[in-house]
Every structure is written in structure tokens, then in C-alpha cells.
Design a protein around this ligand. Structure first.
Ligand code: UDP
Ligand code: MG
Length: 152
């Protein structure tokens, strides 16, 4: 069973889109295993976006992500990493197709509402960065045999 880190970024909180975003992940059959609202500080943002250090948008990205509250979550399910990335759509809201979260709710490259891990390895690192192990709640959804969340 795979886990992935999902962040509703400050624009999602300000625009009151948390419910719509969470709804799509739940509808897909993924299960929520951790969630907390926090205001990320610069140190956390730098570690989270370390891969983008030095890029032209790096400083404004850090300013954005530290500008307000973020809802950090861990979601679990079969191939959860690729499934959530597909639900998000491409980075640029203009290029993201209708039906995806970014495609339906964003016109921006930076203010694209949601972050999701891009590989199982990244997911492991990002989950460890945002959550302590005891904050992850293991549980079995009662409809799991119908959603195919575990098996193929
Ligand atoms: N971003 C930006 N300008 C760019 C590209 C990306 O501000 O030209 C922001 C955007 O919020 C994006 C984040 O930086 O979600 C991380 O970029 P990445 O390429 O990893 O996109 P993602 O994995 O989030 O789709
Ligand atoms: Mg990325």
C-alpha cells in the first residue's frame, strides 16, 4: 500500500477549496491517514522545496508557501503517488485539463492549490518531513474490498 504527501497550499485555504479537494481524493477511494493545519515557516519550506533552490521562482514560491496556513495530509491507496498526481493535473492551471483539480480551480502556475509527492521515494521523505510517525493513523476502510484500494 502506497502513501503520498498532499498539501492544500495557502491559496486553497484562503479560497475555501479544502472540502472540494478532499472530496476528490475520498471519491477516488484513497484513505486519509494523517492531517494537520499549520503555518509553514521558512525552514520547513526550504526543506520541502530544496529541489527547486536556485530556480527563478524559488524565492516567490517560498514567500507563497509561508504566507498563510497549509493543510498537510497523508493519503494512502494502491499507486497513491501517481493517482494523486493525475487527480491534480499538470503544474500550470492553464495547461491542466478540465476534470483535474488544477484544471478546474486554477489559472496560475504558482497558485495551483495543491502539492503532491512525485515518486514513492519523494513521498517517504516528504511524509517524514511534515509528520512524526505517531501522527500517521493506520486503519482499514470498511468498503475496501469494493474500491479496490488494496488489490489490483
Ligand atoms: N512554481 C512556480 N513557478 C514555476 C514552476 C513552479 O511558482 O515556474 C511553483 C508551483 O507552485 C509548483 C511548485 O513551484 O507547484 C513546485 O514546482 P514543480 O515543478 O515541482 O511542480 P509540481 O510538482 O507542484 O506540479
Ligand atoms: Mg514537484
Amino acid at each position: 500500500m502506497q502513501r503520498t504527501l498532499v498539501l492544500c497550499k495557502p491559496d486553497a485555504i484562503h479560497r475555501r477549496l479544502v472540502g472540494a479537494i478532499v472530496q476528490r481524493l475520498e471519491n477516488k477511494g484513497l484513505r486519509l491517514v494523517a492531517a494537520k493545519l499549520l503555518h509553514a515557516n521558512r525552514a520547513l519550506a526550504e526543506r520541502h522545496y530544496a529541489v527547486h533552490r536556485g530556480k527563478p521562482f524559488y524565492e516567490s514560491l517560498l514567500n507563497f508557501i509561508t504566507s498563510g496556513p497549509t493543510l498537510a495530509m497523508v493519503w494512502e491507496g494502491r499507486e497513491a503517488v501517481q493517482v494523486v498526481r493525475a487527480l491534480l493535473g499538470p503544474t500550470d492551471g492553464v495547461k491542466a485539463p478540465p476534470g483535474t483539480i488544477r484544471g478546474d480551480f486554477s489559472l496560475s502556475v504558482q497558485n495551483n492549490l495543491v502539492h503532491a509527492s512525485d515518486s514513492p521515494e519523494t513521498a517517504e521523505q516528504e511524509i517524514a518531513l511534515w509528520f512524526a510517525p505517531e501522527e500517521l493513523v493506520a486503519w482499514e476502510p470498511c468498503d475496501e474490498r469494493w474500491t479496490g484500494a488494496t488489490a489490483g
